[in-house]
Design a protein around this ligand. Structure first.
Ligand code: APR
Length: 403
């Protein structure tokens, strides 16, 4: 549609238009709402979809503090499970790290992300927050001006337009926020880690009382509790693998083999209810701002799932932006907004570095079975250092739980 055509469509406005109702968008919306800032969340999916979409689930101590600080932690207090143990299984044996007693002594809280999103949505609406489901943002216009707008396609297909003072793209790595950036506005730093995982959700209780990381000649396998009934597993697989090539039986047999179930105890099997192949890659945009448009969460940068950082970075960035927008809109102090990108990138790169280290700790080579001997020996040495050095364990704990 042309500018003049959009001039005819339904108009609405908010001081801050937030695109996306994931962890980033809903934390930002709640914090702005509490600060009395006029904002709206535009979400293309239906409410039921985002409230049942199984995603991450390991909340860092900082994330819990942010939610506690703003009274958004009721669900976590009632249902969150504290977690603090990793178990590493390799050909040289197994060892456990209880990071409650390492580093800063911080622990994770296991709280399935769809429950966190449901909690955040309920808080936002209860506080009078405006959210429009089934509303897909099509483009961010005039982002380099003090009067940006977001053109949308509403549930019935009708075009509409939201005028704003600021726009927060919390719409993920494929969202319209990134797509609306003009060429050359930001630099994209990208890395393909050369590793592919078959991500699984099983209707089965956890088989370990720890996050399990297994390294085997066949490749990596991972075990992460999601709830008392659901467990997340990962199997490293060759690039180009099709999820449907893996039957439930083949999945459980391979998990048992790689996690050395014959030595350390059987896995509790169940129906595999979700399987998806994911190539581990990361990217970071710099800067995280273009005029009145700000990038938050996965829209700002994608991090591999190897260290469960994605949702935690999203919450951290949302709090930094909420404070900066509040300063700008209530006290006309533009300095925090000017520093938003620099402040977030410092945390993003620290998390990227640790996530990359984890990938190299758990995967000797690009494709399981193809051994690059030198890389494999480096990997074993990293694992031995983590097993034997308290200093290394403190560094691991600080970065594993920290954001
Ligand atoms: N218009 C409106 N909504 C959109 C659009 C669009 N054009 N594009 C995407 N969305 C919505 C998606 O439907 C989704 O609900 O934006 C939301 C983005 O949410 P997430 O993908 O969860 O991203 P974010 O909030 O940044 O959270 C990042 O959470 O999902 C976990 O670990 C994962 O790292 C990830 C982290």
């Amino acid at each position: 549609m042309t500018e003049s055509q959009y001039a005819q469509v339904a108009q609405d406005s908010a001081d801050v238009v937030i695109i996306g109702a994931g962890p980033a968008g809903l934390v930002l919306g709640n914090l702005l709402q509490r600060a009395g800032i006029d904002c709206v969340v535009l979400e293309r999916a239906a409410s039921a979809h985002i409230r049942h979409r199984a995603r991450a689930g390991y909340l860092a101590a900082h994330t819990v503090r942010v939610l506690e600080r703003h009274g958004l932690d009721e669900g976590i207090r009632l249902r969150g499970q504290e977690h603090s143990v990793c178990e590493f299984r390799t050909g040289a044996g197994r060892f456990r790290l209880d990071y409650r007693h390492l580093g800063r002594g911080e622990t994770h809280t296991v709280h399935p992300q769809h429950e966190l999103v449901s909690d955040l949505l309920a808080c936002f609406v209860a506080a009078g927050g405006r959210v429009r489901f089934g509303t897909e943002a099509v483009a961010v216009r005039d982002a380099d001006s003090p009067a940006p707008s977001v053109t949308v396609r509403e549930g019935d297909g009708r075009p509409a337009r939201w005028r704003a003072r600021y726009v927060a793209a919390c719409d993920g790595r494929h969202g319209v926020g990134r797509r609306s950036l003009p060429p050359g506005a930001v630099r994209r730093h990208r890395r393909d880690h050369g590793v592919t995982w078959l991500g699984l959700l099983a209707e089965a209780p956890p088989s370990l009382d720890a996050v399990g990381y297994a390294v085997h000649p066949h490749g990596f396998a991972g075990h992460m509790a999601r709830s008392a009934e659901i467990t997340r597993y990962y199997l490293q697989c060759a690039r180009g693998t099709l999820a449907e090539e893996w039957s439930d039986e083949r999945i459980w047999d391979e998990l048992a083999l790689r996690m050395r179930a014959s030595e350390y105890g059987p896995l509790v099997r169940g129906r595999v209810v979700q399987r998806a192949v994911v190539d581990l890659e990361s990217d970071v945009l710099e800067p995280l701002r273009y005029g009145s448009l700000f990038l938050v969460g996965d829209a700002a940068g994608l991090i591999s799932p190897s260290a469960a950082k994605g949702a935690n970075l999203a919450v951290l960035e949302a709090e930094i932006l909420a404070r900066a927008l509040t300063d700008a809109l209530t006290r006309h102090d533009l300095e925090p907004l000017a520093r938003y990108s620099e402040r977030c990138l410092e945390h993003i790169w620290r998390a990227q570095e640790f996530s990359h280290w984890m990938i190299r700790l758990l995967h000797g080579t690009r494709d399981p079975g193809k051994s690059s001997h030198f890389q494999e020996r480096l990997r074993r040495s990293r694992m031995a250092s983590l097993r034997d050095s308290r200093t290394h364990q403190d560094w691991f704990a600080e970065n594993y739980v920290g954001v």
